[in-house]
Design a protein around this ligand. Sequence first.
Ligand SMILES: Nc1ncnc2c1ncn2[C@@H]1O[C@H](COP(=O)(O)OP(=O)(O)OP(=O)(O)O)[C@@H](O)[C@H]1O
Length: 220
Amino acid sequence: MRPVTLAVRDLYRFFRAGDEETLALRGVSFEVTAGELVVIAGPSGSGKTTLLNCLAGLDEPDGGAVWLDGRRLSHRPEAERARLRASGIGVIFQYDNLFAHLTVAGNVRFSQRLQKSRMDVAVLLEAVGLAGRGSSYPGQLSGGELARAGLAVALAGDPAVLIADEPTGELDETTEHRLLGMLVSRSMQGKTVIVASHSANVRRVADRVLQLRDGQVVTP
Ligand SMILES: Nc1ncnc2c1ncn2[C@@H]1O[C@H](COP(=O)(O)OP(=O)(O)OP(=O)(O)O)[C@@H](O)[C@H]1O
């Protein structure tokens, strides 16, 4: 049996905006093992981004808990969650994760410093198909290049878990195919990959699809 890298138990998340209350997650539980590529699917507003934020320790659930490699990630001060995240989770979010004033290579190096990683920057950029673009600034990249630069930043610390929110949302089919190939090869190397996506192409490469509806996992 492969080890469980990420586990969530009975997650709840409420939001209150004025008089309006939203129960974005209602009792979500599952486990993901090393080497698994799991896709979180579901209609707009079903809770995918809220769930990924909790999985990555960027947000705190109101109920339930998140466990990373057997250590509780939720219900800790933000600085501790950030330290645990840096030790084991790479994140790619819908809005890109690059600093505009740093070059692509500078962004990767910054992420490496945070994660105390020594991966070779040139090798990493080559792996995501951005060899030769290391000295470009994010504003000089196309949407597809930005997505791959975001992936390089997320992979800079060689994280055990990669979490991506709609990573192929804006990409043409060739670039989507290429990015998916990278996520699949990541999982084949024994790393965990969790992707929220509407795309049928993304679902096709999944080992498992978790379908969310109104904040709950539903069986297909
Ligand atoms: N910060 C917030 N304040 C208030 N409501 C929120 C907040 N974040 C999310 N919500 C609500 O929680 C629900 C789940 O939102 P979430 O963004 O997780 O859905 P999603 O499945 O990722 O949607 P999409 O596919 O459109 O990105 C929605 O009803 C949303 O309006």
